[in-house]
Design a protein around this ligand. Sequence first.
Ligand SMILES: C[S@@+](CC[C@H](N)C(=O)[O-])C[C@H]1O[C@@H](n2cnc3c(N)ncnc32)[C@H](O)[C@@H]1O
Length: 318
Amino acid sequence: MHPEEPSLRKSVLELLSRRRSAHLGRLYYIERGPLTSLEPWVSQGTPTNFFNRETELLQKILPRLRDIATSEGVLVDLGPGAPSSVARRAVSIAQSLAAVKYVPVDFSDAFLGTAAEVFRRELPKVIVEPIRADFFNAKFNLTGPATFIYMGGSTISNFPVFDTTAFPEVPYAGYFNKLCSLLRPGGHLLVGWHAAADEGYALAPYTGAEARYYLETPLRVLTQLEAQGLTVDEWKSESIWHAPSRCVFHGIRAKRDVKVKYAGHTFPFLRNDRLEITPSYKIRADTMSSLIDHAGMRVLDKLGEEEGYSLWLVAKPK
Ligand SMILES: C[S@@+](CC[C@H](N)C(=O)[O-])C[C@H]1O[C@@H](n2cnc3c(N)ncnc32)[C@H](O)[C@@H]1O
């Protein structure tokens, strides 16, 4: 890993050169080494933390999952994420559904590996069938239909707003439909996401106690990637709401002139220069309803807040 791995080196160089399209978020997920850096995010105890909020909501919906459990249940986990997410949520879902098969789908080999490991340890009787795929690759498919899809941890916020072909007034619709088509008729989808209608709701989870995490994580990831010269006291976390794209652009801003070194290059940052970390596209509750309708599905249960963290149970008609 690290500077000698060409695709990774190219991505980090693009990021530090502040090319428009480069951001660190994809590196968090795809590359192997920095993944441990997501753990503190997932396991920290702040009340606004997405991941903790979803775990709380999930506890309330587990009895409902026991009612809809079918024989030969296949649980597909779209974007399993860090091992503690899998242990705290996907494992309880699989137990409640009495699933016989667990299919994590992710473009990160590392997340697939740890998801498989957690399942083999916690639920050794469940067959594990990881699939490496990008959700936006129309060709990806499962070996058989899912009875239950879980897309938690606001993975839908990683969907870039560029698919306007299938359903112009609702971005993401084409991909969302494709993901729902993986379900067999009568199957269910559980989607957990940060619903935000305006700037206040969108920025809330990035401020206060969380801001420190949003500063420390990118610095730690870049340092693990062997960039030198990034220290906490020289940068501040900064999340900006961009209303037209309904996106929070998270970044870090230099508090003074700093020189970052990476792979033999030096990148000077002047005071107030910004480094893009990750975009997070926000979906309003009414947009989520439209997506679900358009995919021919029906909402059964809505947990959480209309604006804030939401967990919805959705059914595909028989
Ligand atoms: C925000 S994390 C959510 C993790 C987990 N579900 C949770 O609840 O904590 C997003 C997950 O989706 C994966 N992911 C994001 N975009 C993806 C894409 N286009 N194709 C496949 N996987 C993707 C990431 O690697 C990561 O595992």
